[in-house]
Design a protein around this ligand. Structure first.
Ligand SMILES: [Zn+2]
Length: 292
């Protein structure tokens, strides 16, 4: 989503040393992410090191680029107490991400909270994820309604519902659109947009598919080895292989002509992003992406 350029808003200022110091001092010590850099290292940086780190953050802030490596996570399944350990749903996945990236996230999040709280667009009835509010506020409110209804001999109707996986299923497009309606512009909303896009799991799956295309070895064509079955045959009657799907299968001729150029296979090996996008789109159109 595109936002209008900054016009000197305070929330678009370069990230400051004070914000960096605050983000580092308020972080809980957690295990480091894939880069193996714990918070202790960042806290013990000397002045020069902190200036360098802040410079890096401001490059990311002003270019609205959230480096892919900062999204990488080590996922550790933690068993839920008292649940059957043989079932996958009994585990809560904990994703360990880079402490460097969590530091800039915390800095930007603090600004976002400040903007949300001062812009006057949040209703007083929202008590989740806000400072100095809790469920008790809503219970008091509800009780007030009930007592008024009793006093006036009226009815009160309550509707309660629970959103499963509310965080994971947040419709981020709508969230970004709200930012635009709030009149946000410049670095802050653009950075959040860059942060929300290419979310980790989406990127992961596509990278896995591309890696499989590069090595010519995928679940669809080689899964039979694991299942001890016969090699798969394409719907056209030829043996099914990655090369067959991309280059040869006559049933995919039309999709191939529309989506692929002759040099796609060579260019996904070179990691050209346009070729990768085309290859992924081809696999989706050919209905092979999910099984690849
Ligand atoms: Zn075929």
């Amino acid at each position: 989503m595109v936002f209008p350029p900054a016009r000197g808003e305070a929330y678009n200022d370069p990230l400051s040393m004070k914000e960096l110091e605050w983000a580092l001092s308020s972080a809980y010590d957690t295990s480091p992410g894939p880069d193996d850099i714990p918070y202790a290292f960042l806290r013990h940086l000397n002045e020069e090191g902190k200036v360098w780190l802040l410079g890096l953050f401001n490059l990311s802030w002003e270019a609205s680029v959230y480096p892919g490596r900062w999204r990488d996570a080590i996922t550790i399944p933690i068993p839920k107490p008292g649940k059957d350990r043989k079932s996958a749903s009994s585990y809560r996945p904990i994703a360990l991400t880079s402490c460097v990236s969590k530091t800039i996230e915390r800095m930007v999040n603090a600004r976002l909270i400040w903007v949300a709280e001062t812009c006057g667009r949040l209703t007083d009835l929202q008590c989740g994820f806000r400072r100095r509010t809790s469920t008790v506020d809503l219970l008091v409110n509800l009780e007030g309604h009930l007592e008024t209804a009793f006093a006036k001999k009226q009815h009160s109707l309550g509707i309660f519902f629970d959103l499963e996986k509310a965080y994971d299923t947040t419709w981020w497009f709508l969230m970004l659109r709200s930012f635009r309606e709030w009149g946000l512009r410049g670095y802050l909303p653009t950075f959040v947009s860059a942060f929300m896009q290419n979310r980790r799991f989406a990127v992961r799956r596509e990278e896995v598919v591309l890696a499989r295309a590069r090595i010519g070895h995928c679940y669809l064509t080689h899964g039979f080895l694991l299942r001890r079955e016969d090699p798969p045959v394409c719907r056209c009657g030829e043996p099914l292989s990655v090369r067959h799907i991309f280059c040869m299968c006559p049933t995919l001729r039309r999709v191939r002509r529309r989506e692929l150029r002759s040099d796609v296979l060579r260019n996904i090996l070179r990691d050209y992003s346009e070729a990768c996008t085309r290859a992924l789109r081809f696999l989706r159109r050919a209905n092979y992406f999910d099984r690849f």
